[in-house]
Design a protein around this ligand. Structure first.
Ligand SMILES: [Zn+2]
Length: 108
């Protein structure tokens, strides 16, 4: 039984994967795991949560983790890395904030 900071509890079994994500470095660990388990087609963008139609490797490889992101997010990352726009914190990515939105979209 895990006692969460908000006072609730939850049973975690040996098939569950749980780790704390409070920092960018901790988010990268999870995003790299997602990258190793992304669907080969019609995968979900871990940054915005949109479905990436077609082969996942046709989309953009993230500049922050070993994971594919949709073309729009790939462009946004380019602008961030060029210093044109402010970077979206990794802890704000869809796969980190609301992983349940995947609805089974992640390959196990
Ligand atoms: Zn995206």
């Amino acid at each position: 039984m895990v006692d969460w900071d908000n006072g609730s509890g939850l049973n975690v079994t040996d098939i569950d994967r749980v780790h704390k994500i409070a920092t960018a470095d901790e988010a990268v660990v999870t995003l790299n795991w997602y990258g190793a388990h992304q669907r080969e087609t019609d995968g979900r963008c871990p940054r915005c949560g949109e479905i990436m139609l077609g082969p996942t490797t046709r989309h953009a490889l993230s500049r922050y983790a070993q994971v594919y992101v949709c073309d729009r997010c790939g462009m946004e990352e380019s602008l961030e890395k060029a210093g044109i726009t402010e970077a979206k914190p990794l802890t704000e990515w869809c796969a980190i904030k609301i992983p349940s939105v995947g609805g089974g979209a992640w390959r196990r």
